[in-house]
Each structure stands twice: as structure tokens, then as C-alpha cells.
Design a binder for this molecule. Structure first.
Ligand SMILES: Nc1nc2c(ncn2[C@@H]2O[C@H](COP(=O)(O)OP(=O)(O)O)[C@@H](O)[C@H]2O)c(=O)[nH]1
Ligand SMILES: [Mg+2]
Length: 290
């Protein structure tokens, strides 16, 4: 059964027996190191759970603090992490804890909350609640990983219902201007190919015979010496990847082993890898000797 803490059940009372989870905890900010991370606790017992752990710098406990007031204190075993906690004004009791952003600090805080009775869950649950529909939720989720401003702008637009607005426009046009409606459908299908590339980007593979400057080309695009460049043919065996963007569009560029007949077993593995990469690429840049 899906558990939504804080939602009244059919009888109007808070779920207790059918739903034992009285507080959920998740990290709101994306994975990876940052100066600050935000941890959210929500559910009927969220304020109690957080307040029991929060060691305020001042006198008042967290559950005695007015909503929206930021409080400095500590959470976590031993010294714990120095955090800012705030009770939010929300339909479901909710507390947000801003802790240090390193993986260990976040883990310290979440583990403490788990031990106090909160159930750890995926950020997706919060995203789903915040968004108006599934597509907006996915866009909001992807927004956390947007590699460029352009992709962030598109994903933000989607998170705010761009697709839904297009569908409304489409349904209005179907009766009155069917030709225009068809054009909208075609445009949406065309843009779908772009949408699925956000945020991972497009895959570009550099391939071709050995010793033609593929590695040097990759390094030029990267702006730093990523691949080994050497006069000896067959130097590149592994797949060498960089992430960059062109005009705001994210691209993953993959340099691969030069394609030739060889007795070298390791080089042959590299050539097989190159062929696999070419099959799944959006674009293969074949480098040839003129
Ligand atoms: N003259 C000249 N030499 C190049 C150029 N690009 C690469 N090379 C040289 O060609 C050799 C092979 O280059 P590399 O990038 O390793 O080729 P790959 O085997 O295709 O990856 C190296 O000695 C490079 O210095 C270029 O544009 N001009
Ligand atoms: Mg090479």
C-alpha cells in the first residue's frame, strides 16, 4: 500500500494502523558535494521527530518555534552537524534541515532522523507531490541535473506545465483548425527527440583509422589534454569521454580506438568497443586521411 503520511483516511482520522510510517525523510538537494544540503522531514510526527533530535543553540525547542523561523542548532550523534532547521507552513507537518553538503554530513543527519523513527525515502516522492502531473514531476527531477542554462530553462518551462499548455492548445485547435492541429502534433513529435536528450545530452563518437588526430581533436574540443596523443598507431584502446556543450546543448564526446586489422588482442577489444559506441551514438564523426 502506498503510504502518504498526513493524509486523512476514509474515516477522516489520521492513518495509524494501516500506515505505520508517521514521518518520512529525504535529501532534497541533488546527490553530489555542495556547500549546503537540504533534508526534508514530513508526516504527522515530522515536527516531533525533528524536535527530539535538534539541539538548539538557544533556549526554545524546535516544536516551540514559530513556523518559518530559522533556528541554528545541531543534529546527529556525538558533536553532530551544525544545521539550520525550520518548521514549514504546509498542509502536512514539514521540517527542513539545512546541513553541510558533504555526503558524510548529510548521512549523519538522515541516519539520526531514521533512528528517531523517520523512514528514509526517495526525493521523487516530494517531487511528485510538488508537481501538477507526471511530466512536470519528471522535468522537476531532471532540472536538478540540468548541465546548462539552456537545458535548465527548457526543463523549468516543462516543470511549469509547458506540455500541458500545448495539449490544451491542441485540443482547442482540433475542431476549429485541424490543419494547424496537425502542425502542433508534428512539432511536439519533433521536439520529443530533443526532450529525451535533456539532461543527458547527445552522444558523439569520434571514429576512424588510427593515427589521424582523433585524440588531438577530442583534446581540442575539451580544452585540456584528456586523451593520450602519440605518433604510435593503436595508442587508444579504451573509450575516452568528455562532457561539454555547444551553444548550450549538452554533448558527450567519445574518442575510441582507431579501426584497423590487428593481431593485438587488447587493441581488438578497443575496436569492438568503438563499434558498440558507434551503434548507440547520435552522431559518428568519421575522421579520414585526405
Ligand atoms: N601535423 C599534424 N599532426 C597531428 C595533427 N593532429 C594530430 N597529429 C599528430 O598525429 C599523431 C596521432 O595523433 P592522435 O591524436 O593520437 O591520433 P589518433 O590515433 O587518431 O587518436 C600524433 O603524433 C599527433 O601529434 C594535426 O592536425 N597536424
Ligand atoms: Mg587516439
Amino acid at each position: 500500500m502506498t503510504c502518504h503520511p498526513g493524509e486523512p483516511d476514509d474515516t477522516g482520522s489520521r492513518r495509524t494502523e494501516s500506515c505505520p510510517v508517521r514521518a518520512f525523510v529525504t535529501r532534497l538537494t541533488p546527490e553530489g558535494r555542495g556547500a549546503i544540503a537540504v533534508v526534508r522531514i514530513w508526516g504527522p510526527d515530522a515536527v516531533d521527530v525533528a524536535s527530539a533530535l535538534f539541539r538548539p543553540q538557544g533556549q526554545l525547542r524546535l516544536d516551540q518555534t514559530a513556523p518559518s523561523r530559522l533556528r541554528l542548532g545541531r543534529i546527529g550523534e556525538a558533536l553532530g552537524d551544525e544545521v539550520v532547521a525550520v518548521v514549514l507552513e504546509a498542509a502536512v507537518p514539514t521540517v527542513e534541515v539545512q546541513c553541510h553538503g558533504g555526503a558524510a554530513a548529510v548521512e549523519l543527519v538522515i541516519t539520526a532522523l531514521e533512528k528517531a523513527g523517520a523512514q528514509r525515502c526517495d526525493r521523487w516522492r516530494v517531487t511528485e507531490q510538488a508537481a501538477s502531473d507526471r511530466l512536470s514531476a519528471e522535468a522537476l527531477n531532471d532540472l536538478a541535473h540540468a548541465p546548462t542554462i539552456l537545458t535548465a530553462e527548457i526543463l523549468l518551462d516543462q516543470a511549469q506545465g509547458a506540455f500541458r499548455r500545448e495539449l490544451v492548445r491542441l485540443t482547442e485547435a482540433i475542431d476549429q483548425q485541424p490543419v494547424q492541429a496537425l502542425a502542433v502534433v508534428e512539432e511536439l513529435i519533433r521536439r520529443a527527440a530533443v526532450g529525451v536528450r535533456l539532461p543527458p545530452g547527445w552522444g558523439v563518437v569520434i571514429a576512424g583509422p588510427p593515427n589521424l588526430g582523433k585524440g588531438r581533436f577530442l583534446n581540442g574540443l575539451a580544452g585540456f589534454p584528456r586523451a593520450i596523443v602519440d605518433p604510435a598507431p593503436g595508442t587508444t584502446r579504451d573509450v575516452v569521454t568528455i562532457r561539454t556543450s555547444f551553444g548550450g546543448w549538452p554533448v558527450e564526446i567519445v574518442d575510441t580506438a582507431g579501426l584497423r586489422r590487428t593481431e593485438d588482442a587488447i587493441e581488438n577489444l578497443g575496436i569492438a568497443m568503438s563499434q558498440r559506441e558507434q551503434e548507440r551514438a547520435d552522431l559518428v564523426l568519421l575522421v579520414l586521411d585526405r
